[in-house]
Structures are given as structure tokens and as C-alpha cells.
Write a protein that binds this ligand. Structure first.
Ligand SMILES: [Zn+2]
Length: 147
């Protein structure tokens, strides 16, 4: 299994870690960006970016169901934007455990990161990537909030 963006994803080597995204944090202004960048897009500081682990959890910002699939995908599938607690808002797909139905996702709900094949198709089944799924079980989604 290959990783789609190995520089952007921490794949646990054993059971002691959970997967996460790898972003950059600026020592100068504290901005966090994803994917990693060598120059801070906020203050333009060069050489101040440090790799940070981000995105184990996220909050759903918006979602839509794609009815047509590019080669390597199966329609329908969710396309979402999530806000990471560290700052960045990123595009993502949704993990296979989440049924693709209207009402399953609710903007503002808590999400968690999973690693899985890009899509269950011959072109994409051997490419591992990050996706998000609802953090809570479907019955409690949108209600469970952590302090
Ligand atoms: Zn900066």
C-alpha cells in the first residue's frame, strides 16, 4: 500500500501512535498551515516553519455529495471541508464507515481522522490517504461535545 501524500501524513508504525497530518507551524507568528510549506504564507518568514502533528480531530465546516466520480472513484461520495483545531481549513474525503446519505453529516459536528484507501476501485484501492469520519456514533452525532 502506498501513501498518497507521504510528506503530509504520519502513518503509525506500531500501535503506540494514532495517525495524524503533518503541517508546518511558524515560529515567528504561530500560523499553522497544511500541507507543509517552507515559507510562512502569513508573515513570509523564511526558515521559521517547524513540522507539527495536526488534525487528529476536526470540526466539519461544510459538506456536499458528489454525484459524478472522476476515474478511480465511485459516486456518490462526500466531499468536505473541515476546520482543524490547530487552525487550517482543509478539503477531505469521508471514510467508508460513514454511510453516504443526506443528513448523516451535520456542519459543526466533531470528526476524527482515519487512514484508508483513496477509493474502493482498481485505480485507487492501493493508495492510502487521510479521511475524516464523525467522531461520535451516528445516533449521537452533533450532540456530543467535548469541553
Ligand atoms: Zn509566520
Amino acid at each position: 500500500m502506498n501513501v498518497l501524500h507521504p510528506e503530509s501524513i504520519l502513518v503509525p508504525a506500531d500501535g503506540t501512535q494514532t495517525p495524524c497530518l503533518l503541517g508546518s507551524r511558524c515560529d515567528n507568528c504561530a500560523s499553522v498551515v497544511f500541507p507543509q510549506m517552507p515559507v510562512c504564507p502569513a508573515c513570509l518568514a523564511n526558515g521559521a516553519m517547524q513540522m507539527v502533528e495536526i488534525g487528529r480531530t476536526a470540526r466539519l465546516f461544510s459538506h456536499t455529495i458528489a454525484r459524478f466520480a472522476p476515474k478511480g472513484f465511485k459516486a456518490p461520495f462526500f466531499q468536505i471541508f473541515v476546520d482543524l483545531p490547530e487552525g487550517p481549513r482543509i478539503f477531505s474525503l469521508v471514510g467508508a464507515e460513514c454511510p453516504i446519505e443526506p443528513g448523516v453529516l451535520e456542519d459543526g459536528m466533531d470528526m476524527r481522522l482515519v487512514l484508508e484507501p483513496l477509493a474502493d476501485t482498481p485505480e485507487s484501492k492501493d493508495l492510502l490517504t487521510y479521511k475524516y469520519v464523525p467522531a461520535a456514533s451516528p445516533e449521537k452525532s452533533g450532540k456530543a461535545r467535548h469541553a
